[in-house]
Design a protein. Structure first.
Length: 362
């Protein structure tokens, strides 16, 4: 599909993928979520159709781009948005004119496909035209945090980390080592067992259904050098905690993680987080995106800020049919009844319906 010089990246076009990757080197705001490899992860992991849009320049070059996927259908309206919700999706361009033109053409193309909204995970406030009967607005469904890694040599030297957090982190590390708990990097041939462990932890801790096996497998298939999955295992019994980080030369992002609802599980999760931060520092990265929290999740927000995470703009720029809700508020809701039920759900059931649940939530 095209409109003017708007193009959509063909996953099978090697030359177009290469041009896209080359263009990312020229955009300081690029993240792992802008890459064609991430497109492959989400397409295989969740089955969403990619809508990676760009303005084509001379000789096949890319002047501006934005990574999107087609979500919705059945009980939810069809929308174009970055996936999973919460991943950075800034339109990238050499100048504001190209960025505005790209977004305007994307909105028109979305209308042609029968979409009800285009949702950009972006702190930018672009001024652009929108189709007749549509409007552009901003929504603030979440609180977002970023850790500044500049000048740090390890967790202890983070610029804004609280002294209490540093002491706890060191004490937890000694305690886990003494008890025989080991934190290891998960390999692709262990993804099945890891996903079962992650689902067990998420169900017991939060009453959440975790991502499907295919998602974690796709991370290590398409982003093997960028994905770092940690699993904390005691000498006996179930795994205590896990953490998943994606990083490249542009940025690092904590994607998933949790610990069992007991002191040992909470400690193991804290230790996994510290190890991921150290890994990002060793990679020479300037910041780590600590992800988004619902505004009501005061404990999680406090936990992130003790690590030195600073609040940044967590808003979304949405282009939507006038009067149409985007349903972004689900990111900040607490489904109390569902969570209470899922706390007791079998892991086998969680694994079976993981893909369906996550597709329905986007």
């Amino acid at each position: 599909m095209s409109e003017g010089n708007l193009r959509f990246l063909d996953p099978a076009d090697a030359s177009a993928r290469q041009a896209w990757d080359e263009a990312l080197k020229n955009f300081p705001g690029a993240t792992v979520f802008h890459t064609p490899a991430w497109m492959d992860v989400i397409h295989k992991g969740f089955g969403f159709a990619p809508r990676f849009a760009y303005l084509a320049g001379a000789n096949g070059s890319v002047r501006a781009l934005v990574p999107l996927f087609r979500a919705g259908g059945w009980a939810r309206p069809v929308r174009w948005l970055n996936l999973p919700q919460g991943c950075a999706a800034d339109p990238l361009a050499a100048d504001e004119a190209d960025a505005a033109r790209l977004v305007a053409l994307v909105a028109s193309a979305a209308v042609a496909e029968g979409c009800s909204a285009v949702i950009l995970r972006s702190s930018r406030r672009l001024e652009t035209t929108v189709p007749e009967g549509w409007e552009m607005r901003r929504e603030d469904p979440v609180v977002r945090h970023v850790i500044d890694l500049t000048g740090a040599h390890d967790v202890a030297t983070l610029p804004h980390i609280q002294s209490g957090q540093k002491r706890i982190y060191r004490r937890v590390g000694r305690r886990l080592t003494a008890s025989g708990t080991k934190v290891r990097v998960v390999t692709r041939d262990e993804i099945g067992a890891f996903t079962r462990a992650a689902h067990h932890i998420l169900l017991r801790r939060h009453g959440h259904v975790g991502p499907p096996v295919k998602f974690f497998d796709a991370l290590l298939e398409f982003l093997p050098g960028s994905t770092r999955i940690l699993l904390a295992c005691p000498q006996s019994g179930p795994a205590l905690a896990f953490s998943v980080m994606a990083m490249n030369s542009f940025s690092s992002h904590l994607l998933h993680g949790a610990g069992l609802p007991a002191d040992e599980g909470i400690d193991a999760f804290r230790f996994c987080i510290g190890l991921q931060i150290d890994a990002a520092i060793r990679a020479g990265l300037a910041e780590l995106d600590f992800g988004e929290s619902g505004p009501q999740q005061e404990g999680l927000i406090y936990f992130k800020e003790t690590w030195g995470a600073q609040r940044v703009d967590g808003s979304y720029q949405v282009i939507v049919r006038k009067g149409t809700p985007t349903q972004l508020n689900v990111l900040g809701k607490s489904f109390a009844l569902a969570h209470r039920i899922l706390h007791h759900a079998p892991v086998a059931l969680s694994l079976r319906f993981a893909g369906l649940v996550h597709r329905a939530l986007q």
